[in-house]
Design a protein around this ligand. Structure first.
Ligand code: NAP
Length: 484
């Protein structure tokens, strides 16, 4: 398959936190892949910035090592790495002080896009925005990319929005949620709004329920202290799962334009019902063999922070009233998998005598592993005999469709960083969206804190607490299996 690569205009990208984990694992390898794909025009420059001291030569070695480790197995022409490294430099900078700012300002070139990626802790977002402004780097061609977490509640998110808005227009602020950059997530919109087949059925009349699962096998590990102040609701549901829910549930936007799409997503968040206490299950994983349990990672042995959460939600609008959405996410679960399942209603009646029962279609959108989609359809079992029906998947794994070994499926960060340079905000969260998501999340957290609810213990390697299974069983439904 021939993929079309459109070079983006020349740009300067400054990565604050250029020596950090995210830069090493995701941002730098993603930029290299876009460079290999011929998408970065000559003259594009990447400037790593961090508090520690490095020469440009040392930083280039760091970048080369990151690419060797996290881009292994991806093909790129010989010699390309050197050309890529030539575009990279380093500036020592202190987000909280004066070091390095004049040097950085001196490096900026006029008349080209400037993007500043805030890949640092959230307490530095405000100071960085302020210093960019003070040093004359916050002009109308400037874009800033802000990593998660965007606040820890409505008040802090609002305060951050106000601080950023003092120096940048909303059209310059790119709040990143890397789930939105996944090929499958964009394909979800293509499938919904590029086909006649699905949209007429995409409502409570035909859809029985929708499940969204984001399961991880890892625990909180060395991030225990940070995670314990957050939990699965803040860390995953308020942002990633909420974004997936919005794309699944939103009305068709009039056009694929940033504000048109984000207006529709916002309407979904605003139409979410308050969640009843009995529709929320929270859990904490137990130790397993050599692997420590949640409480062994944190200082507070009475911690009530959840490493797992399952919720049943309702959306009060004409399209979805009566169709439940079940969301779950957790750590140390059976497999690492993220998927959305749109479970259609059963056929009303079976005309086939030999057939055991009624059938239903399930559209599964897999975010990881093996990004792709499949649609479960019912067909006749091949061979002579009666009309026995079987359910088979119409499978579209993108790796198969896009290239050998799946190597052409772009990583979310590749897409998103290039969108920043192009100035396309469609796949980034707008300030009011983030605030609306916190406005929905905050009362739920406040309510379980006020009740003093404790998370339920669950076995590592399981599907979460028993009550999470009951959340669906009591409605006569069941979760899809968590499997690799
Ligand atoms: P990290 O590994 O701790 O790196 C932090 C970076 O910030 C380092 O480059 C550090 O530079 C720099 N830094 C710290 N204080 C600074 C200061 N005063 N001035 C200038 N630079 C300073 O963090 P990370 O994991 O890369 O995460 C960065 C951001 O991305 C965080 O907001 C995180 O929540 C978010 N995020 C991370 C991931 C991930 O997978 N890592 C995923 C999603 C979101 P020095 O090395 O010089 O100290």
């Amino acid at each position: 398959m021939v993929s079309r690569v459109i070079p983006v205009e020349s740009f300067d990208l400054v990565i604050f936190g250029g020596t950090g984990d995210l830069a090493r694992r995701k941002i730098l390898p993603a930029l290299f892949r876009r460079f290999c794909a011929g998408q970065m025009e000559d003259g594009a420059r990447i400037i790593g910035a961090a508090r520690s001291e490095h020469t440009t030569a040392e930083y280039r070695r760091f970048v080369a090592e990151a690419i060797a480790e996290f881009n292994a197995g991806r093909s790129c022409e010989t010699g390309t790495l050197d050309a890529f490294l030539d575009s990279i430099s380093f500036v020592q900078i202190d987000a909280m002080g004066d070091t390095g700012w004049s040097e950085l300002a001196g490096l900026m070139q006029p008349d080209r896009v400037r993007a500043f990626y805030f890949s640092v802790g959230p307490s530095l977002f405000g100071p960085l925005a302020e210093r960019l402004h003070q040093h004359g780097m916050a002009d109308s061609d400037t874009r800033i990319v802000v990593e998660k977490p965007f606040g820890r509640d409505l008040d802090s998110a609002r305060a951050l929005n106000v601080t950023l808005a003092q120096h940048f227009d909303e059209s310059q602020i790119y709040r990143i949620d890397h789930y939105l950059g996944k090929e499958t997530v964009q394909n979800l919109m293509a499938v919904r709004f590029g086909n006649m087949l699905f949209e007429p059925l995409w409502n409570s009349q035909y859809v029985d329920h929708i499940q969204i699962t984001v399961a991880e096998t890892v625990g909180v590990g060395g991030r225990g202290e940070y995670y314990d102040k957050s939990g699965a609701m803040r860390d995953m549901v308020q942002n990633h799962l909420m974004q997936l829910l919005c794309l699944i549930a939103m009305e068709p936007p009039a056009k694929f334009d940033p504000d048109a799409v984000r207006d529709e997503k916002l309407k979904v968040i605003r139409a979410l019902d308050a969640v009843r206490a009995e529709d929320i299950v929270r859990g904490q994983y137990l130790a397993e063999a050599e692997k420590p349990g949640y409480l062994e990672h944190v200082d507070d042995q009475t911690s009530r922070t959840e490493s797992f959460i399952a919720l049943k939600l309702g959306i009060s609008n004409w399209r979805w009233a009566g169709t439940p959405f079940y969301l779950r996410t957790g750590k140390r679960l059976r497999a690492r998998t993220s998927e959305i399942a749109v479970v259609f209603k059963e056929t009303p009646h079976s005309i086939f005598e030999d057939d055991g029962g009624r059938h239903r279609n399930i559209l599964t959108i897999r975010l990881q592993p093996n990004e792709g989609m499949d649609l479960g359809v019912t067909i006749k079992e091949p061979g002579p005999g009666g009309m026995r029906l079987i359910d088979v998947p119409l499978d579209m794994t993108f790796a198969d469709a896009l290239g050998p070994d799946g190597e052409d499926v772009p990583d979310a960060y590749e897409r998103l960083i290039m969108d920043v340079v192009r100035g396309n905000q469609t796949l980034f969260m707008r300030g009011d969206e983030v605030e609306a998501a916190w406005a929905w999340t905050d009362p739920l957290i406040a309510a379980w804190e006020a009740r003093g609810d404790r998370p339920q213990a669950y076995e590592s390697g399981s599907s979460g607490p028993e009550d999470a299974l009951m959340l669906m069983h009591r409605d006569g439904r069941r979760w899809r299996e968590i499997r690799p």
